[in-house]
Structure formats: C-alpha cells, structure tokens
Ligand binder design. Structure first.
Ligand code: ADP
Ligand code: MG
Length: 392
C-alpha cells in the first residue's frame, strides 16, 4: 500500500480532528453517517463537510452513499492517525522505505530524531481475506461493531505484548518499542529472512538453535504457530531472531499439540529441502542406520509437562481472554478463507517512500493504545458523550 507521508505534513489540526471523529464513529458504525462525524468533530459552520472532502481527496477516508451519506477510514487514514500519535509522542520522526510486505502487514523503516532506524509494522488484517472476514460476522455479532480496524488493532496489541514478554525472558526477538492502534514499533533486525538464505556455515547448529527455541517457548507455555523460514531472521553471524507473533497460543490451547508439531515439522521440512538435513524419520525411510545419537524430534507432551506460565502472565497483562478468543477465531477461520482477495482498491500495495521528515503540529489525537495502563485514557480532544464512553 502506498504510504505517502507527504500528505501528512499538509494536514491541519481540523483534518485530524475529523479523521479522529470518523475513527470514533467506526466503533459502532461500519459506515459512519456524515452527520455523526460532524457532531463528534464539533467544527463550526459546516467545517466538517469541507474537511471530509479534503480527506477524501487524500484517500484517508472512503465515501459510501449506498444507504446514507457516510464515511469510513481507509487503511491510509488509520496509518496516519497511528503515525501522528507516535510522532507526537517522540517515538520516531520520519518514515523511510518499505522493507517488508507480509501476508497481512506492511513493514517500513522509521527513524528517530537522533537517526536510529527502527521497524514499523502496520497490521492489515483482512487484506488478504476481506470477503472471508465479511462472511464471518457471526462470531463477532455481540460486538457493537466489527471491522478490520478492530482486528488489526488487536493483532498489534497482541504482537507488542508478546514481543515484550518474550524479550524480557531472554528470547531472541526484536525489542518492542511502542505500539498504537494497528502499528507496532520495534528494533530493526539486521539480516534476512531465512527463506532467502541459500547457504549456511553451520546448518546443524542453526537447526538445533531453532528447534531449541520452539522447545524453550513451549517450556514457557507458548507456541508460535507460524514458526517457519519466513518468520526467522538470520544475520551474517548466523544469529537467529524470531518475528511475527500475533498468532501465538498457549500450550493449554485445545489444538496446542497440532500447532507445536506443525512448527517442528516446518523446520524439519525446510532444513531437509534447503540444507539436506535428515530427520530420524527420513533416515528410517531411507533404510539408513540410525546411530542412536541423532536428535530425536521434540515431543509436545514431555515439553508441556515442564511448561512455565508465560502464557498466564500474558493473559494477566491486559491482552484479555476475550480478545485472545476473538483473534483465534479470526486466525482459524482465516485459514479456511484463504485465497480471496481484497475488493477495495483504496488499499493496494505500493512503492517504498523516501525518508521524509515529518513536521507535525503538536495537536494530540490520542487513541487508547498498547500501553495497557493507558488504554482508556483519552487525549485532550473532547468528543460527544454519545461515543466517548465506547471503548474497543
Ligand atoms: P506478517 O505478519 O505479515 O508475516 P512479519 O512480521 O513476518 O509480517 O514481517 C514481514 C517481513 O518484514 C519479514 O519477513 C521481514 O522481512 C520484515 N521484517 C519484519 N519485522 C522486521 C524487523 N523488526 N526488522 C527487519 N525486518 C523486519
Ligand atoms: Mg511473517
């Protein structure tokens, strides 16, 4: 998706006020009636309507007049709100080139005031399976509203919480820096995804390290669930960093054993194919003798017995059980709905953007974020009572 941060520099306080009003309205409307946006924004003399036209021109909102005159945020609009909040907080000062396009995310470089480069992950749940998401409303029926904003924000919240906890427990993961809405800021990992690596100095050591990580994670009560060559980064010294955590589950999940075995299997398969490492099973099939010293496949049951309680700590950290259940349902059903693509042409993947310093006025358009303690603290912008009590 094109992330043209230039537009951000020209947006005025009122633009952000109206954009934030659309976001607030989306908590209980898929398409927010223009009148409601106007009421929330509270601009004088019909100012909201003029601003909405400007936002539309910049593709920050989408206009929908099918049922009534209404608007919703585009991903770009949501990106801008998150970026502005984080820039105002001093987390970073400029946005650079795109460094990754995941299944459901875009990753950019950002730089702090002092030039430190960090990674910014913008979650885009629903991008690859927008129609599938649309057809699964039933499980979110009880929510006042369901939309990709909510799911993407949940994914970011979860990713940040897990990355932080794993880092605190000594796992090789990026340092979790901050999080707002659907956006996670983390340290930039040097190196490349393992999938791009054709040769290793010590494939056996790397393989053992990776398997050891899966086991150690499970001993802490967690399963990655997407532990594969795309989510393992490796540098020139063959040091491993694991990324991508929104789908992690506890070892007490009902499908934990299947997820654990699948993670292990992915690694065996990849190392077998790419580096010709053989597992015991393959050796038996080949009819070759096992010397009894080959590494035996880690068994979920023996690992689970020793499992710690990082999963419970995380549950207590504010990423609630309910949120976990909603994410899991999405992930499970998403696996069934794979293949359908977004029907929304506002939100396409685009080119990288040059480093461009953002000068943003200091108006705060805060949104409850991943700092769990401050999740319900609003910014100084006041909104009408009707929506200000709603929290996602
Ligand atoms: P997705 O959930 O969409 O798969 P990932 O978190 O796996 O997203 O990121 C997609 C790609 O972006 C990765 O394969 C990697 O190339 C790059 N990437 C992600 N995080 C970082 C980071 N912290 N540092 C450097 N590159 C990263
Ligand atoms: Mg990934």
């Amino acid at each position: 998706m094109k992330l043209d941060v230039n537009a951000l520099r020209y947006l005025a306080k009122d633009d952000f006020r109206v954009l934030t009003a659309v976001e607030m309205g989306m908590r209980n409307h898929e398409i927010v009636p223009a009148e409601l946006v106007d009421r929330i924004a509270g601009l004088k003399h019909g100012g909201t309507y003029k601003v909405l036209r400007n936002l539309l021109k910049n593709k920050l909102v989408h206009h929908d007049a099918t049922k009534y005159d209404g608007y919703r945020l585009t991903y770009l609009g949501y990106d801008f709100l998150a970026i502005k909040t984080l820039v105002n907080r001093g987390v970073f000062a400029s946005v650079g080139r795109q460094i990754g396009v995941g299944k459901e995310s875009d990753i950019f470089e950002v730089a702090t005031e002092d030039g430190t480069v960090l990674a910014m992950k913008l979650h885009r749940l629903g991008r690859t399976s927008f129609r599938a998401v649309k057809s699964k409303r039933d499980y979110l029926r009880h929510r006042r509203s369901f939309n990709w904003l909510y799911l993407s924000r949940l994914a970011a919240l979860k990713e940040f919480a897990f990355m932080k906890a794993l880092g605190d427990h000594g796992f090789p993961v990026p340092t979790a820096v901050d999080c707002n809405r659907h956006c996670v800021i983390m340290s930039l990992v040097q190196g490349y995804p393992l999938v791009q690596v054709k040769e290793l100095q010590n494939p056996d050591d790397v393989f053992d390290t990776i398997l050891g990580l899966i086991v150690r994670l499970a001993e802490h009560g967690l399963i990655h669930c997407d532990f594969n060559e795309f989510n393992i980064m490796i540098d020139d010294d063959e040091k491993i960093t694991v990324i991508d955590f929104p789908q992690m589950v506890s070892v007490s999940h009902r499908n934990a054993q299947m997820f654990f075995d699948r993670d292990i299997e992915c690694i065996y398969k990849f190392f077998n194919k790419r580096f010709n490492l053989k597992s015991e099973k393959d050796e038996e099939q080949d009819g070759s003798e096992s010397d009894g010293e080959g590494s035996s496949r880690p068994s979920f049951l023996s690992v689970k017995k020793a499992a710690g309680s990082l999963d419970k700590e995380l549950a207590a950290s504010g990423f609630t059980r309910k949120e976990q259940v909603e994410m899991e349902k999405y992930i499970e059903e998403d696996a069934e709905g794979q293949g359908s693509s977004s029907d929304d042409d506002d939100e396409e993947v685009g080119d990288a953007v040059p480093i461009d310093s953002l000068k943003i006025d200091q108006d705060r358009s805060e949104e409850p974020d991943c700092n769990l303690a401050s999740r319900n603290s609003g910014g100084p912008v006041t909104f009408s009572e009707e929506v200000s009590h709603l929290s996602i």
